[in-house]
Ligand binder design. Structure first.
Ligand code: PLP
Length: 384
């Protein structure tokens, strides 16, 4: 079996070869600018608009509600800063959860420095946001709620439909980061009820550097990037045509295969967790009793450091993540796990394994065997 074995699909996914195939013509002869006045420009424009309708069909919304941008981080920044700018005269209070991705958390921190008041709503031990606390914290000046659809570290799914209903009844804008759930859970943008939804190409076997923001019809949003007026005047910059075409192909493939992928990854994840929990003492799955994405497993081992486990796994040819690492490789305990009530030591003893439709049973079995050996070896020498 070829090594390394990749088990870190919540960090990023391999590009599906079928997606690459659809992109190739636009990386080669079809390179023209969609705004150019000749026929090749019109063909590039048609490719962009076709991609938009394919994605709209998958998420059951109107193509005009989908705006392409550079990825999940930009989509989150745009949603939060764009709403804050438009609504700051109406109110300056924002509600969010304690488990958001840094793309949301850091952006809200920046808005707080700019005069906004941000309240973080706690989650329960399963990692699910506490809706009654959220409701109690709504103030007359609350203009925005931002709660993610599924958490990147634990895979725990949040009750966004209920939050959307609360937000809508109070006339508060609602943004949801669906970067991890898109392509894994059925997403009907209209039914979900959020005004703004962020997603990213490279988390669903599409290319990097492309994402989109769903902006529900009628939602006013200031632009984040100004310039030539692309994307219906709302997000400037020459369109990344190959990546847009690739994103549409990735969304289509993920949607068509969702049922089988989800059945497959949940069976593999359960197999992995069963092997680990049955063979390694003092191992626990974080968020086990919450509703979880079928591909994500956040596991903690008493008496070892997740970072050491991930390093040892890498040396054996397995790519997994720690529970603490965010994008910058921070060694601080994960705020997400701390918010779920884990002690700093338990948070630091956590690893994350995230599967994809390309993961095989043999890979999962080899990873479980390697983990059993590594945890035993590290525990034998650990002072934790
Ligand atoms: N939101 C979540 C939940 C994520 O997991 C990530 C990436 O890890 C992002 C946002 C950022 O997306 P991107 O890497 O496309 O900027």
């Amino acid at each position: 079996m070829t090594r390394p074995i990749y088990l870190d699909n919540n960090a990023t996914c391999r590009l599906d070869p079928l997606v690459l195939e659809t992109m190739m013509p636009y990386l080669q002869d079809g390179f023209c600018n969609p705004s150019s006045p000749y026929r090749a420009g019109a063909r590039a424009r048609a490719a962009v608009e076709h991609a938009r309708s394919v994605i709209a069909e998958a998420f059951l919304c109107s193509p005009q509600e989908l705006l392409f941008c550079s990825g999940g981080t930009e989509a989150d920044n745009w949603a939060l800063r764009g709403v804050a700018q438009v609504l700051k005269a109406k109110g300056r209070h924002i509600l969010t959860s304690a488990i958001e991705h840094p793309a949301v958390q850091e952006t809200l921190r920046a808005l707080a420095l700019d005069g906004f008041f941000v309240t973080e709503i706690p989650v329960n031990a399963d990692g699910v946001v506490d809706i009654s606390t959220l409701e109690k914290n709504i103030r007359p000046e609350t203009v925005l709620i931002s709660v993610m659809h599924a958490n990147n570290e634990t895979g725990v799914i949040q009750p966004v439909e209920e939050i959307a209903a609360i937000a809508s009844s109070r006339k508060i804008s609602f943004h949801s980061d669906a970067v991890q759930s898109a392509g894994k859970l059925p997403l009907h943008f209209g039914h979900l009820g959020a005004d703004l939804i962020a997603l990213s190409g490279h988390k669903l076997h599409g290319p990097k550097g492309i994402g989109l923001l769903y902006v529900r019809e009628g939602t006013t949003l200031a632009p984040l990037i100004t310039g030539g007026g692309q994307e219906m005047g709302r997000r400037s910059g020459t369109e990344n045509v190959p990546a847009i075409v690739g994103l549409a192909a990735a969304v289509r493939i993920a949607t068509e295969n969702m049922r089988t992928t989800s059945a497959r990854t949940s069976a593999l994840r359960d197999r992995l967790e069963t092997q680990i929990l049955h063979t390694i003492s003092d191992a626990r799955v974080n968020g086990l009793d919450g509703p979880r994405l079928s591909n994500t497993s956040s596991i903690r081992f008493a008496g070892v450091d997740g970072e050491s486990v991930a390093l040892a796994m890498d040396l054996k040819g397995f790519e997994i993540s720690t529970g603490s690492a965010c994008s910058t490789g921070s060694e601080l305990p994960s705020p997400v796990l701390l918010a779920m009530g884990l002690s700093p030591r338990d948070a630091q003893g956590t690893i994350r394994i995230s599967l994809s439709r390309f993961t095989t049973e043999a890979e999962v079995d080899l990873a479980a065997t390697a983990l059993v050996e590594i945890v035993a070896r590290l525990r034998a020498v650990s002072s934790l």
